[in-house]
Write a protein that binds this ligand. Structure first.
Ligand code: HEM
Length: 454
């Protein structure tokens, strides 16, 4: 075993090792065993705000049967995510949840090994690659939304999920729609849903069993396609990744397969969540629908080119403001691999550490009237987001900063470009979206909306 593998193995074992006491840290562990799991699942924002008021920006607690420390605010985000001393393992924090289903994905790697894989994967996210995905996306989105039911209530979540899965099958694998892409999509859904399974036993009928079956199907499907993708130059992530792996060397077919499956996972629910949130915000603030349509019409085009994306400035503000108010990942974890000190508190090795995008995005020290939907706060004139580099962190930051952030913006703008110029969207008078906040922000009721043709 080389040093890199030994470090990976050590990080993977950390969660199973006894955790040292956190006596010096303020906070409480709540109910025996359960801790604060119930309020965490019910209203994470309320819980984290109340705890900050009671204990400050550093506190210990217990949720989902795990004890840990929550570090709040931009300085804490910087400390954990920039991590100059390589003290925070992403692998050891994420592996207990994702290891079996999304084995060795980029977020489940650490330090030098992570850096090596990330550099290769970055090739699939460079401008020429993104521009070629955009061509396909324009055609597909433009056509599919034409059939959405007008004048009657529809569940936006279902519609956007299906659309993004179909676009994903094309952009990630180069698949045309049909039985094969349906099977891939279903296996992917089963695999993702299993990540939430509490009972992890391979008993037929259980979520976990379906998920592992889905994973095996995806493994076979992706591995079988590698020789073909190696020799083709199609505009999709898979082909780009094979190309980059060949050029750089050092990635096995198994690595490529694992990365592809993880990419699907990292991309899908996050962009679904984002588009639901944006449509909700736009339905509640219809004046912004008109502002965006005017901006889009100003381009005088029927499809977006890559260079148009930067011109959709106000659409960009709406994207950023929605991600501020409703970041898909409201909180995420790390585990210390050595003792560290933050704000005078010592965190021993093997401490679970959580940071909070949601809390940071509502701090009055950084955002004026944080409860208000105010996209212009991101304009050059106001630039509220520039007080601290780590105050707006929907995509994380530092070593593991989301690789797909430009892709997510491109996909969001492309969808809005086609959707808003075709439809007006509304919600019922007085409607407030019931929202699941963990593990990801999602509508609990499917987000019922009505669309009317312009
Ligand atoms: C608005 C949509 C998205 C949001 C809010 C989002 C958010 C995040 C966050 C917070 C992380 C860091 C997690 C951590 O540090 O533990 C992350 C990592 C990642 N995301 Fe995204 N993501 C989005 C879309 C995408 C898309 C579309 C892709 C791929 C096409 C993608 C690929 C990845 C990858 C590969 C990583 C791991 C990076 C690494 O570990 O080096 N994401 N994302």
């Amino acid at each position: 075993m080389n040093r890199m593998e030994a470090a990976q193995q050590e990080a993977a074992q950390l969660p199973r090792m006894p955790q040292r006491k956190l006596d010096n840290i303020p906070g409480d562990y709540g109910w025996p065993l359960l801790g604060a799991t119930v309020p965490f699942l019910k209203d994470y924002h309320k819980l984290v705000t109340e705890r900050a008021e009671k204990y400050g920006l550093v506190s210990k607690g217990s949720v989902l049967f795990q004890r840990g420390v929550t570090l709040l605010g931009p300085d804490a985000n910087e400390f954990v995510l920039k991590d100059p001393e390589h003290a925070f393992s992403s692998r050891a924090a994420w592996n207990p949840i994702l290891e079996k289903l999304f084995t060795d994905g980029l977020m489940l790697r650490d330090f030098a090994d992570h850096k090596f894989h990330r550099r290769i994967m970055q090739q699939a996210f460079k401008k020429p690659a993104l521009a070629s995905y955009l061509d396909r996306m324009n055609q597909h989105i433009g056509t599919e939304i034409q059939d959405w039911p007008v004048g009657t209530e529809l569940k936006f979540l279902e519609h956007i999920k299906t659309l993004l899965l179909d676009v994903g099958a094309q952009i990630f694998f180069g698949l045309e729609m049909g039985p094969e892409s349906d099977k891939v999509n279903q296996s992917f859904i089963d695999t993702t849903e299993a990540s939430l399974a509490v009972v992890r036993l391979k008993i037929p009928g259980l979520l976990w069993h379906r998920g592992m079956k889905g994973r095996r199907y995806l493994e076979d499907f992706v591995t079988g396609l590698i020789p073909q993708k190696r020799n083709s130059d199609t505009p999709d992530f898979f082909s780009e990744l094979c190309k980059a792996a060949d050029e750089e060397g050092g990635l096995t077919d198994r690595d490529v397969m694992n990365h592809m499956i993880f990419l699907l996972f990292a991309a899908h629910d996050t962009t679904t969540s984002t588009l639901c949130s944006i449509i909700y915000m736009l339905a509640k603030h219809p004046e912004w629908q008109e502002i965006l349509v005017e901006e889009m019409k100003g381009l005088g085009k029927t499809a977006l080119d890559y260079d148009d994306l930067g011109k959709l400035e106000k659409t960009g503000w709406v994207f950023r403001e929605t991600l501020r108010m409703r970041p898909p990942l409201t909180t995420f974890p790390r585990r210390t691999v050595k003792e560290v000190e933050h704000q005078g508190y010592v965190l021993p090795k093997n401490t679970l550490v959580n940071i909070s995008t949601l809390y940071t995005h509502y701090m009055e020290e950084y955002w004026s009237q944080p409860l208000r939907f105010d996209p212009e706060r991101f304009s050059d004139d106001r630039a509220e987001h520039k007080k601290h580099f780590y105050q707006w962190v929907p995509f994380g930051g530092g070593h593991h900063k989301c690789l797909g952030l430009n892709f997510a913006e491109l996909q969001t703008k492309t969808f809005l470009f086609h959707f808003l110029q075709r439809y007006r969207v509304s919600v019922k008078e007085g409607y407030e979206l019931p929202t699941q906040q963990v593990p990801l922000i999602m509508p609990k009721d499917g987000l019922p909306v009505t669309i009317e043709k312009r």
